[in-house]
Design a protein around this ligand. Structure first.
Ligand SMILES: Cc1cc2nc3c(=O)[nH]c(=O)nc-3n(C[C@H](O)[C@H](O)[C@H](O)COP(=O)(O)OP(=O)(O)OC[C@H]3O[C@@H](n4cnc5c(N)ncnc54)[C@H](O)[C@@H]3O)c2cc1C
Length: 285
């Protein structure tokens, strides 16, 4: 439980940090909640840690002029819960069950997104909200759509020399219903299956938009496009929801581990997708 030796450098500005990332053997540390356990288990052995944890410019949540919300990468779960982000039903649903008080006090939004644990909750929420992930490097700014960013287990679209600076969310919609439901591991809170749903009925009774994202099921959190397509245009009857939810794992290699074998996990993915859609429809204004 003792990491290998490493050099430690605390960045005092974003520019300084950007000058240090991308060099071989260098890893960025924010809250350290995911990285430090890996180092203690010697599954990660960086030669140098660049600590970005005190960069004030990466902290906080602000409303943009066009109504979108910008969440600084160093914003902790706890800070997020009392920020304007609480107006997003999905964030209100998901946050209380992430980790424990310590994790929520130190774990950052940017760290969770960059780490891309296959069972991480926030990426599914960001996928369902059509979020954007903003990254900076010495080469400039790059904006990634959440859909496509989470590429595999612990693998994202982020280049080696890029740092996540903020997450942008489209403004919350009053006419949307949303829900995040998860079957969680008792000890850690990580999702065995987690489902984030946003639904909209624009012109009356038929569903005109459905964003459905799952976590804990495959290599990485993903949008369940076949479920979304099956929901469009129907009224959300119990039969049509069940038929749509049956596609929750289409095209995904379902994981099996000590918490749930792949058959059980696949069944739970369908069950929780169905329940989350029902809950989201029940919350439509
Ligand atoms: C006991 C325990 C329980 C947990 N339970 C849950 C849970 O229920 N649900 C859940 O979703 N998560 C859970 N987590 C994971 C937790 O959400 C993450 O550990 C945390 O959010 C990571 O943020 P951090 O700032 O601590 O990242 P760090 O550990 O500092 O970094 C993680 C990785 O991201 C990189 N990184 C960090 N910031 C940036 C940045 N701005 N730009 C680019 N790369 C960056 C680092 O280099 C590293 O590779 C749990 C973790 C633990 C230890």
């Amino acid at each position: 439980m003792i990491p290998n030796t490493f050099d430690y450098q605390r960045a005092t500005s974003l520019d300084e940090a950007l000058g240090l990332v991308g060099t071989p053997g260098t890893k960025v540390i924010a809250g350290g909640m995911s990285l430090l356990p890996l180092m203690k288990l010697r599954l990660a052995n960086p030669e140098r840690l660049v600590d970005i944890g005190r960069l004030a410019e990466l902290r906080g949540v602000r409303q943009l002029d066009d109504g979108r919300l910008a969440i600084g990468a160093l914003t902790t779960y706890d800070e997020l819960a009392s920020s304007p982000a609480q107006h997003y039903g999905l964030i209100r649903d998901a946050l209380p069950d992430i980790g424990d008080v310590q994790i929520r006090n130190r774990g950052t939004v940017g760290g969770a997104v960059a780490h891309c644990d296959p069972a991480s909750d926030l990426p599914a929420v960001l996928l369902a909200l059509d979020a954007e992930i903003v990254a900076r490097s010495k080469r400039g700014e790059q904006v990634y759509a959440a859909d496509g960013f989470f590429r595999g287990a612990f693998e994202t679209a982020l280049a080696d020399d890029e740092l996540i600076t903020e997450i942008r969310l489209p403004g919350p919609r009053d006419d949307a219903g949303s829900a995040f439901l998860a079957l969680s591991q008792r000890a850690s809170g990580y999702s065995i299956v987690g489902v984030a749903v946003v639904v909209i009925k624009e012109n009356g009774s038929a569903i005109t938009q459905a964003n459905i994202a799952l976590t804990g099921v495959g290599d990485a959190p993903y949008r369940a496009r076949a479920v979304e397509a099956a929901l469009l245009g129907n009224e959300g009857t119990p039969e049509s929801i069940a038929a749509a939810a049956a596609h929750a794992t289409d095209g995904v290699t379902v994981a099996g581990d000590i918490h749930a074998d792949s058959e059980y996990r696949a069944a739970m993915a369908i069950t929780y997708t169905k329940r989350a859609i029902e809950a989201a429809l029940g919350r439509l204004g």
